[in-house]
Design a protein around this ligand. Structure first.
Ligand SMILES: Cc1cc2nc3c(=O)[nH]c(=O)nc-3n(C[C@H](O)[C@H](O)[C@H](O)COP(=O)(O)OP(=O)(O)OC[C@H]3O[C@@H](n4cnc5c(N)ncnc54)[C@H](O)[C@@H]3O)c2cc1C
Ligand code: SF4
Ligand code: SF4
Length: 1011
């Protein structure tokens, strides 16, 4: 048997060894794979790409799995257990993989429940329950139950838009509305909100476990079978340890976030022998959840947010108990000044931050107190009562308290909540240049002791010279913080260990829990004895052995764990390949390896129907490899060189980048600004050089579209004859590597440059100068848009300067990695524009994706060219120019739906488009959502048509279809307009400049009619 057909994995043998596995086991990987392939209807993936994709989660740890299974049915999940049992292979389950403690990675077979096992049953109003599969997304459950019975599943982690119920169960998750679940529902944690579960054990036994089974215990045991056997052992365990459990377990009403360790207290007779709840929080170390019956909490969807400012964060912490007791909010969160400073310096949520009540205190901190009710007036009334209480009874200055009425309509979607929810991601790479990591990011203490604990924790940071923003679920005593641990040097790692041990002692001295929601995994497991003592840890070990006597369920996590400084993603041997690169990676100090490390795994790019741009390919396929995270992880692994060993030649990376639309969604929407289009361009540049192969045909046809268009402009009629005549066009598409379903856009009879020259240049030779960039698309295809732009600018008295001859920003070249040529194009552009750039003349782009090159790629390619920096500063999108110079616009009292090109959204946003149109009197209805699906030429390429249309159907096309014929459709991007035109919407979209033209024509028409 070859090495790849066998795999040695660490295996637990002797629990006397503290920390780490004591022996190894050899797995017949080929036999296991074959067995899985013959018994599972889902996908069995033991390939290099899958192993690389699943080697990390959002934690500090990395372990390469044996293989991955994506089950299609619950029977598949059982079959995976049976096969793994037969072959002695360990198992770990995965939802969205957003865990921070290393509980989702292991040297094991990974079962990814998130793709297919997403069913959510109907909510039952009478029993206040809903049954769902483990891959169901937390938010989707709430949307459905909220709609059906006006109730929700209370614990909503900040990752609620993508984390899975199976993951919530694994971690015993909590969330912002755990306060709501505690005060208005069954209790704060997932375990408190579980009624029953169907589970499967490693040896393939499948059965339901419930709650309140104390009275039926004897009967269940008498029925025998694996379930009876397990119940008997659990009863025996419970009886032996009952007194100790009563003594050492903090009750949840005192310590609402007791998440560390196993919930052995749930087995106590006075609690009813709740086996289902005892299994919640076991992080895949005991059994796998197949289905769960969740308990629901009243939704209270009419919500009002009050924000209160404090001088210092511990002052805010001191206040929470009084607020909870007196006002019963549904959410009570905190933010500190560091988080807000970081967001401000990173330019994130800038407008929304203005909503925070502020004074000039250097350590200002805030409580976000959310009230909920079924009626808007009721939650507003409570908020007002709270505000009066703060001001009148507690003496707070009125300017320290804000009520955000605008956030009335339920949910947590307002931007301010996103600042809080995005905290763990946004604080990973703060502007101070130090990388911050999880490790002590969710400790919890009884809320009444939060202030003193926080003060001591801050002092501990100071003692160790650590930094980190603080925020969190203060209403339940849980503090979040990423810390600038040095996880690369032996000394740094020793300090990290020393700190964690001391922090654990501190937390326990306050009666706290090492983890308040993220679980123990490998990060805190080694410290568990501090919280529970060795004897109870022994009881937990016995509990695990009852379920998993062979020690094959997520071994080395929670109980008898790997050490907290083992299997680190970084570690003392971190020294990735650092090949020469073409972009400058300024955010990463020029280090491509750091760029590839940037993804912190929080999975915002895995939201299945995001209202932001990121990540359209994941939304279409629901495949990890098609998410920004998947791609980033593969690049990381490529530089690591352990799993992916062929560097730039890697087919695995190439394959994952193929469906990346280079839409730039991630550059804007990812909390740590993973810039996949740049990494893709970089990779493709080196890939084709390295494999010494020609690129596919479409790369030349589309990448060099400017050259093709230049030649076509000599005889556009003839070219159109070929491309628009059915038989001939088929041949042309084949030659160009274009999807047969697509139509080749027709060339305009005259280019914009020709038109401009023929009319004698600008009509305002004495006006203030503005360069209008004749991009390939509006120059050669949509000349009418270019004409409208010229006329709109000239109508305001400006002198339009249009570069002559062949110019191109090189936009399409990046998508295919033609970076040498792209650089030549940029240098030519700068040479052509140099005089204007140096005079400070605005450079306006009609086509958002081309202008985006000047704002983004340009300085990445030419970081040390001052003229490039000047051009980047002077470059403006069309409406941005109008708004910046307050250029008057004609009136157009019409309704319009407005779609922003994804590159436009990533390079300044389409706020100016909305403002301009509103100034015209247009009733603007923005269309939320991702990318049109064409993304330049991506959707034209052979093999991309279906995904391209799926992306279009995510939001743009349905919005256009349902718009009434009198409503204008506005979209500036060539590809967005083409996508609308080439689908069945029956509509043509207008550029903003065409809307201005329409307004002018309308007003001339009205004027003539009056005469
Ligand atoms: C930025 C950020 C913010 C976060 N905020 C919160 C928060 O507010 N509250 C909170 O609780 N957590 C939070 N987390 C942690 C994490 O997102 C949650 O705990 C979430 O519930 C995990 O869900 P998942 O689908 O990603 O699970 P995964 O990470 O995939 O899995 C979590 C655990 O569950 C196990 N598991 C998965 N499926 C099953 C199954 N079918 N049967 C048995 N075990 C299973 C896994 O093996 C693993 O041990 C945050 C993480 C990040 C990165
Ligand atoms: S790419 Fe960004 S959004 Fe996606 S998981 Fe990584 S950090 Fe999160
Ligand atoms: S560029 Fe677009 S498609 Fe590519 S990873 Fe980023 S968000 Fe996803």
């Amino acid at each position: 048997m070859s090495a790849t057909e066998q795999r040695s994995v660490p295996a637990h043998i002797d629990s006397r060894f503290k920390g780490g596995m004591a022996a190894t086991a050899t797995i017949d990987v080929r036999g296991l794979r074959r067995r899985l392939e013959s018994t599972v209807t889902g996908e069995v993936r033991f390939d290099t790409q899958s192993k690389a994709l699943y080697a990390t989660d959002a934690s500090n740890y990395r372990q390469v799995p044996i293989g991955v299974v994506i089950p299609k049915t619950l029977e598949d999940v059982v079959a995976v257990h049976q096969a793994c049992h037969e072959f002695g292979a360990p198992l770990v389950n995965r939802g969205a993989g957003t865990s921070l403690s290393g509980e989702t990675v292991n040297f094991a077979v990974v079962i990814d429940h998130s793709k297919y096992l997403t069913e959510i049953g109907d909510a039952d109003a009478q029993t206040r329950t809903v049954v769902c599969q483990p891959g169901a997304i937390n938010e989707k459950v709430n949307e459905k139950t909220g709609r059906q019975v006006n109730m929700i599943f209370g614990p909503d982690p900040s990752t609620h838009s993508r984390c899975a119920i199976g993951g919530n169960i694994g971690n015993n998750s909590c969330g912002i509305h755990s306060v709501q679940a505690q005060l208005y529902g069954p209790g704060p944690r997932t375990s408190d909100n579980v009624e029953a579960m169907e589970i499967v054990t490693h040896d393939g036994a499948r059965f339901w476990v419930g709650c309140n089974e104390e009275s039926q215990l004897e009967e269940i045991i008498a029925q025998g079978g694996r379930k009876g056997e397990i119940y008997a052992q659990l009863r025996d365990l419970r009886d032996r340890y009952a007194e100790l459990i009563r003594e050492r377990y903090q009750p949840v009403d005192r310590l609402p976030r007791r998440v560390s360790g196993y919930n052995l207290d749930e087995l106590l007779p006075e609690r009813g022998f709740n086996v289902a709840r005892a299994l919640v929080g076991t992080e895949s170390t005991c059994a796998t959840t197949l289905q769960v019956k969740l308990k629901l909490t009243p939704a209270l969807l009419m919500r009002t947010l009050v924000i209160v400012e404090y001088d210092e964060l511990p002052d805010a912490a001191d206040h929470v108990v009084e607020i909870i007791e007196q006002f019963k909010p549904i959410g009570l969160e905190a933010l500190d000044h560091r988080l807000i400073e970081n967001e401000t310096l990173l330019g994130k949520h800038v407008e929304d931050l203005q909503e925070l009540p502020r004074r000039d205190h250097p350590h200002s901190s805030w409580l976000m107190v959310q009230f909920g009710a079924d009626e808007a007036a009721e939650s507003e009334k409570t908020a007002e009562r709270f505000r009066h209480w703060l001001i009148d009874e507690k003496g707070y200055a009125p300017e320290r308290v804000s009520i955000l009425r605008s956030q009335q309509e339920g949910g947590n979607s307002s931007e301010l909540w996103q600042i809080r929810e995005g905290g763990l991601g946004a604080t990973a790479f703060p502007p101070d240049g130090r990388d911050h990591w999880p490790g002590w990011e969710d400790s919890a203490v009884p809320p009444e002791r939060l202030g003193p604990y926080l003060r001591e924790l801050m002092a501990l940071y100071e003692k160790y010279g650590y930094h980190g923003a603080f925020y969190g679920h203060f209403g339940q005593g849980c503090i979040h913080s990423r810390i600038d641990f040095d996880l690369r040097t032996a000394q740094g790692i020793a300090t990290y260990r020393a700190f964690l041990e001391e922090a654990a002692d501190l937390c326990v001295s306050y009666g706290g829990s090492l983890s308040g929601e993220h679980g123990d995994g490998q990060q805190r497991a080694e410290l568990l004895s501090k919280q529970y003592g060795e004897e109870l840890l022994g009881a937990m070990r016995e509990f695990k052995l009852i379920w998993d006597p062979d020690w094959k369920m997520n071994p080395g996590k929670v109980i008898d764990p790997y050490r907290l400084d083992e299997n680190l993603k970084l570690g003392t041997d971190y020294n990735p390949w650092r090949p020469p690169v073409r972009f400058n990676y300024a955010k990463d100090k020029g280090d491509f390896a750091h760029a590839a490390l940037r993804c912190v795994g929080i999975g915002k790019c895995r939201v299945p129907d995001a209202s932001t741009v990121m990540c359209p390919s994941y939304m279409a396929t629901h495949e990890e490899k098609d998410s920004t995270r998947g791609r980033a992880r593969l690049l990381f692994e490529m530089l690591e060189g352990e799993v992916i060993t062929d560097g730039w030649q890697s087919r695995e990376v190439h394959d994952a980048l193929d469906l990346c639309l280079s839409c730039k969604g991630c550059t804007n929407d990812c909390p740590v600004q993973v810039d996949m289009p740049t990494y893709k361009a970089e990779f493709l540049h080196h890939h084709y050089k390295s494999v010494r192969r020609w690129r596919p045909r479409h790369a030349y046809a589309f990448g060099l579209i400017d050259q093709a268009a230049r030649i076509a402009s000599l005889a556009p009629g003839l070219v159109n004859f070929v491309t628009q005549t059915p038989g001939l066009s088929r041949v042309a598409k084949l030659a160009a590597g274009m999807a047969p379903e697509r139509q080749i856009p027709a060339f305009a009879p005259i280019t914009l440059q020709q038109w401009f020259k023929q009319r004698g240049g600008t009509t305002n030779p004495n006006g203030r100068k503005v360069v209008l960039w004749p991009d390939t698309f509006n120059n050669h295809f949509h000349t009418d848009v270019g004409v409208a732009c010229v006329e709109a600018i000239e109508a305001a008295g400006w002198q339009v300067v249009m570069p002559e001859g062949h110019v191109c920003c090189g936009r399409p070249l990046y998508d295919y990695g033609f970076l040498n040529l792209a650089e030549r194009y940029l240098r030519n552009t700068i040479a052509v524009l140099r005089d204007e750039i140096r005079q400070g003349t605005p450079v306006v782009g009609m086509e958002p994706s081309c202008l985006a090159v000047f704002k983004d790629e340009l300085t990445g390619m030419l970081p040390h060219d001052d003229d490039a920096a000047r051009l980047a500063r002077n470059a403006m999108h069309f409406a941005e120019f109008f708004e910046r110079y307050e250029i008057p616009v004609p009136s157009l009292p019409r309704k319009a739906i407005v779609w922003g090109h994804c590159h436009h959204k990533a390079t300044g946003g389409i706020g100016p488009e909305h403002q301009l149109l509103r100034r015209m009197g247009v009733d603007v209805e923005p269309i939320d959502g991702g990318c049109c699906g064409l993304a330049g030429s991506w959707g034209f390429e052979q093999g991309h048509y279906n995904i391209s249309m799926q992306c279009g159907e995510q939001s743009l096309l349905p919005a256009v279809r349902k718009t009434d014929p009198d409503t204008l459709v506005i979209a500036n991007g060539f590809s967005c307009k083409t996508q609308i035109q080439q689908s069945d919407t029956g509509r043509e979209a207008l550029h903003v400049a065409q809307a201005i033209k329409l307004a002018r024509e309308q007003s001339q028409h009205d004027h003539q009619a009056l005469r």
